[in-house]
Design a protein around this ligand. Structure first.
Ligand code: NAI
Length: 296
């Protein structure tokens, strides 16, 4: 494997592209929005600078990583010799099905098609292609260059050979791959999202405020970050999409998204990426509580 195409330059896509490029793969980062590509590349450069400052990598590695990366706004030319495509576009079923249909038409037979989806069925995505045995889930965690886990999701038709290749590739990126089967939310979000949703319900019912809820979970449960702040980092729109997949997939009311989460997404309060969620990030990435916003 050498040529990697990453689709989507948002929170996850730029981190995935950065990581492959840092381990010397040739990476093309694709997004339909040139603004997203610009801010994705700016983010990669910023993160590499921080890694140099912290002496995690050398200046030479930073330069080599950037040299391994190119960008594109259309799939048509850049996938023709792709060994692997990792899709990290918006968490929306129709968007992903359209991308995989197009990829199946454009990519050579050898290409493995992976999705970084948080919750959408890999089997359903694979079914719109003529190569379901070569479709797999490669679920990286945020921030990708730092987090060790890759949840590798085996779809109903994913072949053993493709699975082994992706497990080995994850290790080459110095990650720890964990194999899971294809059911809604896989493992990570089936457990994480109900906790985040319950934290939002706790706020919605006025049991405690934002910093109090996060402090209980940080100091009481040794979580490095409170669930409300974590939701801001993941993106409240992404959290809502995942909960909707769990709710539909299991037909169980325990996964119903909290009305406060639904309202915040409707109001465009997506968390860090929009500048405001449960905390305000407009002046810096340092979280400040949004005063009185959540009183019922
Ligand atoms: P995001 O909203 O930050 O970025 C999505 C990007 O996809 C945008 O730049 C958008 O312009 C682009 N896009 C949309 N349609 C496209 C298309 N047809 N072709 C090319 N680009 C397209 O989303 P984020 O958070 O990076 O999520 C991406 C995927 O990663 C989702 O499936 C999400 O569930 C998953 N994920 C997200 C995590 C998180 O912490 N945010 C963690 C792990 C997985």
């Amino acid at each position: 494997m050498n040529k990697i195409v990453v689709i989507g330059a948002g929170t996850m896509g730029n981190g995935i592209a950065h990581t492959f490029a840092q381990y010397n793969y040739q990476v093309t980062l694709v997004d339909t929005s040139s603004t997203a590509l610009e801010s994705g590349m700016a983010n990669i450069t910023h993160n590499l600078d921080r890694m140099v400052q912290k002496e995690k990598i050398t200046d030479k590695v930073k330069e080599q990583t950037l040299a391994n990366l190119i960008t594109a706004t259309s799939l048509s030319k850049c996938v023709e010799d792709a060994d692997l495509v990792v899709e990290a576009a918006t968490e929306n079923l129709d968007v992903k099905l359209a991308i995989f249909k197009e990829l199946d038409n454009l990519c050579p037979e050898k290409s493995i098609l992976a999705s970084n989806t948080s919750s959408i069925s890999i089997t359903q995505i694979a079914a719109v292609t003529q190569r379901p045995e070569k479709v797999i889930g490669m679920h990286f965690m945020n921030p990708v260059p730092i987090m060790k886990l890759v949840e590798v999701i085996k779809g109903y038709s994913t072949s053993e050979e493709v699975l082994q290749e992706i497990m080995e590739l994850s290790q080459k990126l110095q990650k720890e791959p964990v194999l899971v089967n294809d059911y809604p939310g896989f493992v990570a979000n089936r457990i994480l999202m109900p906790m985040i949703n319950e934290a939002i319900e706790t706020l919605y019912h006025g049991v405690a405020g934002v910093p109090e809820i996060d402090t209980v979970m940080k100091l009481g449960m040794a979580h490095p970050m409170g669930p409300l702040q974590l939701a801001d980092f993941i993106g409240l729109d992404v959290c809502l999409s995942i909960l909707e997949v769990l709710y539909r997939g299991f037909k169980n009311p325990k996964y119903a998204p909290c009305p406060l989460l639904v309202n915040m997404v409707r109001a465009g309060k997506y968390g860090v990426k929009s500048g405001e969620g449960f905390y305000n990030y407009s002046t810096s990435r340092k979280a400040e509580v949004v005063a009185n916003q959540f009183k019922r």
